[in-house]
Design a protein around this ligand. Structure first.
Ligand code: BTN
Length: 308
């Protein structure tokens, strides 16, 4: 109902009468008024006069009704421990493909390799529950596609040059703007779900304890719309998951990466390796040429670009 009311208010510049809304939606004018009051309480600036209602301003909050066709699959919380936990719970209960949990802030945001992900207000924090028809060994591609697609969208909207660091951090001028965490549950030969969690620094100031981090606000010198980024991202990413581009993700990733042909240090759960990153294989694993000439394939780890 809220999406319908907003759609009607957004259709016209001017005032929309309560009577017109109630006729269109088939509910009483009192019911319309109640919905308007709820929208106002959520931050929508709607004026009311004898002539009707006028939408003056909308909050930059990714409420479900802002997502047109996917409204029923969007779950928004102003605050949450972690969208990963909420998404896992929903996935195990059988929620549909592309269910997306969003948080305004997280009290216990998680990063890769058991790190904390600071999640203050102003950032974009969400997890998508995905159910691709894939064997677990190829699941890595989904994370790569998620990062490349976000780099594309940020470039399209803001004209900034966003690059990917293996496996799927997004960097602008070598500074981290986004991290992606993937969690998977699978049978031996079939993925049950892959949850992709994305933390994008948008209008927040990354903490000084993360000196190599930046945000869109820091780069552009102004605040930008979290809602617009997410609406456009989910549409493009879902389309990409259904098209042949999904098979070409390794090639796409190579176009966007700044990791290949670089000297890197890779920290895995049990060792630290250094060498030149020369390729990624079909599964997304990093191929490293070590100083003794040997090749090492790394499936999971944290990569640091070396600067000389
Ligand atoms: C990393 O670079 O270490 C990955 C960071 C992933 C952070 C996101 S924010 C949304 C989702 N919820 C979490 O708790 N973590 C991911």
């Amino acid at each position: 109902m809220k999406s319908w009311i907003l759609k009607n208010l957004r259709k016209k510049e001017g005032v929309v009468s309560g009577q017109a809304l109630s006729a269109q939606l088939g509910i009483s004018r009192v019911a319309i008024w109640k919905h308007i009051q709820q929208l106002q309480a959520l931050g929508y600036e709607i004026t009311s006069s004898a002539k009707g209602y006028r939408l003056v301003n909308s909050p930059d909050v990714p409420y479900p009704w802002e997502f047109a066709d996917r409204e029923s699959k969007i779950i928004y919380y102003a605050e949450l421990t972690s969208t990963m936990d909420a998404a896992k719970h929903l996935a195990r209960k059988g929620c549909p493909d592309f269910t997306t949990v969003i948080a305004g802030r997280q009290k216990n945001g998680r990063g890769r390799l058991n790190r904390q992900w600071l999640s203050e207000k102003g950032g974009l924090y969400f997890t998508m529950v995905l159910r691709p028809d894939l064997p677990p060994v190829l699941s890595f591609r989904v994370g790569l596609l998620a990062s490349v697609t976000l780099a594309r969208i940020l470039n399209e909207i803001f004209g900034i040059d966003v690059r990917v660091k293996w496996p799927n951090d997004l960097l602008v001028d070598e500074r981290k703007i986004c991290g992606i965490l993937s969690e998977l549950e699978a049978e031996v030969d079939q993925v049950a779900f892959i949850n992709i969690g994305i933390g994008l620094n948008v209008n927040n100031d990354p903490s000084p304890i993360e000196p190599a981090a930046t945000s869109l606000k820091n780069i552009l010198g102004r605040k930008v719309s979290i809602k617009e980024i997410l609406v456009r991202y989910l549409d493009l990413f879902e389309a990409q998951m259904q098209t042949p581009a999904y098979d070409e993700v390794i090639e796409q990733w190579k176009q966007f990466t700044v990791t290949l042909n670089r000297d890197v240090r890779v920290v895995t759960t049990h060792e630290v390796l250094t060498g030149k990153a020369i390729d990624i294989d079909d599964t997304g694993a990093l191929v490293l040429k070590c100083s003794d000439g040997s090749l090492q394939t790394i499936r999971y780890g944290d990569c640091f670009h070396q600067t000389h």
